[in-house]
Design a protein around this ligand. Sequence first.
Ligand SMILES: *[C@@H]1O[C@H](CO)[C@@H](O)[C@H](O)[C@H]1NC(C)=O
Ligand SMILES: *[C@@H]1O[C@H](CO)[C@@H](O)[C@H](O)[C@H]1NC(C)=O
Ligand SMILES: *[C@@H]1O[C@H](CO)[C@@H](O)[C@H](O)[C@H]1NC(C)=O
Length: 484
Amino acid sequence: MCCIAHTTRVKIIISRKMCLKVFRFLQYFYICVGLLSCNAKEDRCFCHLSGQVDDCFCDIETLEQFNNEKVYPLIQDIILKDYFRYYKVNLFKPCKFFDGDVGLCENEACSVKICPEEDLPKGMRNENFNKNCHEKGTLTICDSKKMDLGDVNGTLSNITKDFLSQWDVHDNTIHRFCDLDDETSADLQYVDLVNNPERYTGYKGPMAWRIWKSIYEENCFLPEDSNKKKNVMYAPFSQGENILQVTNGDLQGMCLEKRVFYRVISGLHTSINTHLSMEYLFEDGWGEKKWGPNLQEFQRRFDPSITKGEGTARLKNLYFIFLLELRALSKLYLYFKQESIFLFTGRLKEDKDMKQMLIKLLEVTNNFPMHFDEGVMFKDENAKSLKIEFAQRFLNVTRIIDCVTCEKCRLWGKLQTQGLGTALKILFSGEEISGIDNPPFKLLRQEVVSLVNAFARLSESIKSLEKFRELILLQQRSHSKEEL
Ligand SMILES: *[C@@H]1O[C@H](CO)[C@@H](O)[C@H](O)[C@H]1NC(C)=O
Ligand SMILES: *[C@@H]1O[C@H](CO)[C@@H](O)[C@H](O)[C@H]1NC(C)=O
Ligand SMILES: *[C@@H]1O[C@H](CO)[C@@H](O)[C@H](O)[C@H]1NC(C)=O
């Protein structure tokens, strides 16, 4: 109904010049793959992770090399610069969809009698909210506010604060795609992203699933064919987390635009889970905290035998969303080359250098030959309404993030969805960007900062797959030693 359903898988995505090259490559590639068989026991997360990215005319090996050698080193430097490390955000928007508690029931039978505060253990009383309390003999001792892993550290130096207040004057706005906050509003605060790295916080269980569950089950497009809907083969998300997801097989029956929606959500989810597996929290016997890669956690989410074969498709979607944001960045190359666009922090020399760094990155992305082609999307007669629905659903997803109860997770969730929303805005703003003198297209600082940081997170995820590959090899070696 929507667009031309059943668009063929490989319809796309590349300049004519490249087409022949790619065709030769694929021919060659498929011959190779035919020759190499995959030993299912070995390297299980990665064994099928090669070849073409679904719905894109680009292969994983090329993309990985491009990222690890060209993009990753550049972008790692960029996100340390002041302009990019301070992200202005409203972390305390009310959640529109669920109340704070899981499974809250509005029926009277479910209501709970409130227990007066003085009956509560001291550590649970309001005054001690977010403090760290412990028992000592008959006393309860509460530290004055001690940070929890999920809290955002809002500390900024006074000098930084001064600078930031000057920057604000230089932002102005037009054009909106996702919910953008008024940058001058007092509800927005600067957060230092370098000081608040995205890593495992222990936020999991029903609260965390509910967020992803509602995104997948209520916001992603589902197969249209009602027959199929009934029998749809949902895949469990991972061991112990039952989020039902449309399988890669079912996606094939959906139109390109709906598949793209699904793949970016799935790619984002993959990326976030890769970060959490890479920066997992380990505690030694003495309560010392350490973050490091956790192979088991990674396998739990991506090993085909645990995920009914869906793990590989999820990893492929990481490359898909990377390609999509890469394309958006490359379209900004001419935009940022304009003299009139500043990345303002007030330190002229630094600002110039920083802009050069960004332009270098954009040039690298612009020269990448196998881009995602947004031009094939939203083309048929229902395109307009589909585009509106696409945007609305996406907007809704960004709002669901306000319901994430862990503050640090909310920060990174907001940053990454806003970055993705900005990429979509760039891709679907059509001709407006390319015209150098075209006044209507503008990006807010929030958008630039979130796009660059979101892309840096994807770049980091792809880079860290290298590490997990190594760990899997080590694991296999030690297994085969044991067998000897
Ligand atoms: C918050 O960040 C500041 C600046 O880096 C640091 O000095 C402080 O110890 C951090 N606070 C906590 C509780 O981690
Ligand atoms: C920062 O500014 C606040 C309020 O103006 C002041 O109380 C505080 O002492 C200052 N801190 C430093 C390190 O200068
Ligand atoms: C937005 O998301 C919520 C939570 O999943 C869902 O209940 C609601 O139907 C969605 N609204 C739209 C317009 O998609």
